[in-house]
Design a protein around this ligand. Structure first.
Ligand code: ZN
Length: 150
């Protein structure tokens, strides 16, 4: 999931601050997540309870800033988003879509703005869903056929 509308800085410290804020927000929604995990937690050992799985998911939150440059060449118009990575509880595609909706439909009030989900269409180069093509990591591969500037 990617969050828009937050003013955290592009630093490891602010990424950690956002991860901490998200843990607090998610804790408040634990009942909703536990209900989902009571049916969908196939990526975790059978012996783990929904509460145990949820604890591992919360501990596994990773935040990475994503700076998207303005495609018209104005550096001051670049925009910062924050990608949120969580261990996926299920491999079932319908279950995964439901899991993603639990996050994408929510608002994320923090001390640095109220975040909301930014949904990328899927990168045209690598099909990744956490960035637009203008910042595709494939473009950084030496001699990649669609290297920057071509
Ligand atoms: Zn890509």
């Amino acid at each position: 999931m990617c969050l828009d509308n937050l003013t955290f800085k592009v630093t490891r410290r602010d990424e950690e601050a956002l991860a901490t804020a998200l843990r607090g927000i998610f804790e408040q929604r634990s009942d909703e997540f536990l209900q989902f995990l009571s049916e969908h937690r196939g990526n975790f050992p059978n012996c783990m309870s929904p509460a145990g799985v949820l604890r591992e998911i919360f501990e596994g939150i990773q935040v990475e800033a994503l700076v998207v440059p303005d495609t018209n060449g104005f550096p001051e118009m670049s925009k910062t988003y924050f990608n949120i990575y969580l261990p996926p509880p299920t491999r079932d595609s319908d279950g995964h879509r439901r899991w993603m909706r639990l996050f994408q439909e929510a608002k994320y009030p923090t001390t640095r703005g109220t975040g909301f989900a930014k949904i990328w269409e899927g990168c045209e180069y690598c099909h990744g869903r956490d960035h637009p093509r203008v910042v595709c990591p494939f473009l950084s591969i030496p001699n990649w056929p669609m290297a920057r500037g071509l």
